[in-house]
Design a protein around this ligand. Structure first.
Ligand code: HEM
Length: 503
């Protein structure tokens, strides 16, 4: 059934989904207000702003990209305020498919819709399916990605996880068929949207697990749970962003979207404009991380112990908590630099008169942002394929006084990590397995990515963290980030849902 303004189920209107529908409805549909007056997205000044609708439309036209057909979460990055990940299995495919077409598809938020407050829905909805989910829908086409087909559980050893002991039980296996992403500025909006969707889908799906993410409070908005500003460096996708910010990696649309220019995979035609969504629930041991920094300050003339601890944390990450890169501000934080998106990503790790291959005075080779994007380390121009769009959000409460005082996590918190790419073996899985987890990448002996690198739970050795002695090694006795597992999904285009997945 195709929805018209007259056939929109009343429960959807009540739940505030009306503005999602208006964009694809007739000219009288503006009567179905309320429209939004405030964005459902966050926009910390230091994160790159999204393109305006005019800029994105022009870029898309020039590149032949259809932003109305691409699910909204894929290109917008880490800008959600409140987000619920709703993992489900398909209990009755025959009942689910027509509801997917009639009740869910009209609510799927597109990229275009998110770019203007006036066209944003009250609650964003996106949907993605695992390989077993596509099978449950009767899809037999290969999407041309072995990692997606195998599922994340099969990759846990490759990803460095110490078995599945720490995995959320629902992720251990291949039972999850799909995930719905609900995002809004209030939990109440999300709850209402979930109730509507559950009511529409009835017993055709079974809820398996949910994870609620939220922006951190006050001035911590946009910062991940360790306290570092996140969402700064996502690539500029051709057809979405015409003019990359200084230092932002320009990538072909096909690096993120299947079937677009630059995607070298063999895909069925209907998969065009979809993207693989790698989801990971990454628990962060914040009090333990802070204790480690306190216990191991970098000792340098002119630094207090606190400043030495802050410097160690910044060198592990490659950025200060403000977002300022250590490559540009190597000893002290520079919040003005951190808050300036025209400068805070404008570096390559190269410096005049300094040997790129040996010098770690500015940024350690192993720093998280250098491991996951080595920039000039691998030569220039920078490689074009090992890029992802990061679109995650923190989850869990703030650290309590009692946790801080005891240096011990008692309530789980972390990052609901989301990465989009057209090829998992080039994207998330590559960055985790081949770069973060390899102690000899990019230089022999540099050690693990001290933030996300993993060796099956074993202590990790990192060198280069002390700017006064680059051969000195530091052993990280525990993982400060513990994988709780996840799954690989495919976020299809709206036309794929319409023509292929729902029939
Ligand atoms: C809880 C886990 C994680 C935390 C706390 C974390 C934190 C951060 C922070 C603070 C930044 C710098 C801000 C920015 O450039 O946007 C960053 C950048 C980045 N992270 Fe992570 N991250 C996590 C997991 C991961 C994982 C699992 C991957 C991939 C395997 C990854 C890949 C990247 C990439 C590609 C960048 C951008 C590098 C650049 O372009 O300079 N991160 N991360």
């Amino acid at each position: 059934m195709k929805l018209t303004a007259n056939t929109i189920p009343a429960f959807l209107l009540l739940a505030g989904f009306a503005s999602a529908l208006t964009v694809r409805q007739d000219s009288t549909s503006h009567l179905l207000q309320p429209r939004r007056t405030k964005s459902l997205l966050i926009s910390p000044a230091a994160q790159p702003a999204l393109p305006t609708i005019q800029e994105a439309t022009a870029a898309a036209a020039a590149a032949g990209l259809n932003l109305d057909n691409i699910q909204g979460d894929i290109l917008i990055g880490m800008k959600k305020n409140q987000e619920l990940f709703y993992f489900f299995s398909i209990a009755d495919a025959a009942a689910f498919k027509p509801k997917l077409a009639s009740d869910i598809l009209p609510l799927i938020t597109t990229t275009t819709q998110l770019l203007q407050v006036s066209t944003q829905p009250t609650t964003m909805l996106n949907i993605a399916f695992s390989a077993t989910g596509l099978s449950a829908l009767g899809i037999t086409d290969s999407l041309g990605d072995a990692d997606f087909a195998g599922g994340q559980f099969a990759a846990l050893t490759a990803l460095g996880d110490p078995g599945s002991t720490n995995w959320v039980p629902q992720f251990a296996g291949t039972n999850i068929h799909g995930v719905m992403l609900f995002a809004s500025d209030t939990v109440a909006n999300i709850d209402a949207a979930v109730a509507s969707v559950e009511s529409a889908l009835g017993s055709s799906i079974t809820k398996l697990y949910t994870l609620a993410g939220a922006v951190r409070p006050g001035s911590e908005a946009g910062h991940e749970p360790f306290g570092f500003l996140d969402g700064i460096s996502n690539p500029a996708v051709e057809g979405f962003i015409a003019t990359p910010l200084p230092g932002q990696a320009p990538v072909a649309a096909g690096t993120i979207l299947l079937g677009e220019s630059g995607d070298t995979g063999t895909r069925p035609a209907w998969a065009q404009d979809g993207s693989f969504l790698a989801f990971r629930q990454l628990s962060q041991l914040v009090p333990e991380f802070n204790k480690f920094l306190t216990d191991n300050p970098i000792v340098m003339d002119g630094l207090t112990p606190q400043q030495g601890s802050d410097l160690l944390g910044a060198r592990m990450m490659g950025r200060w908590k403000s977002g300022a890169p250590v490559d540009l501000s190597p000893v002290f934080d520079d919040p003005v630099l951190g808050a300036d998106p025209t400068r805070n990503n404008n570096f390559t790790f190269e410096h005049d008169g300094v040997n790129l291959a040996t010098n770690q005075t500015f940024c350690p080779f192993a720093a998280h942002i250098r491991k996951t994007r080595p920039r000039a380390d691998l030569g220039t121009p920078e490689d074009a394929i090992h890029h992802i769009i990061r679109a995650g959000i923190p989850y869990g409460p703030e650290v309590s006084d009692q946790e801080a005082a005891s240096n011990t996590t008692t309530t789980e918190r972390g990052l609901a990590f989301v990465a989009y790419q057209s090829n998992l073996a080039n994207g998330f899985q590559f960055l985790q397995q081949i770069w973060a987890n390899k102690p000899n990448f990019v230089h022999t002996g540099e050690g693990y990515d001290p933030i996300v690198g993993a060796d099956a739970g074993a202590p990790r050795v990192v060198t280069g963290l002390d700017p006064t002695n680059s051969t000195k090694s530091l052993t990280l006795p525990i993982d400060f980030i513990v994988s709780r597992g996840g799954e690989y999904f495919f976020a299809p285009s709206l036309s794929a849902i319409n023509t292929t997945l729902s029939v």
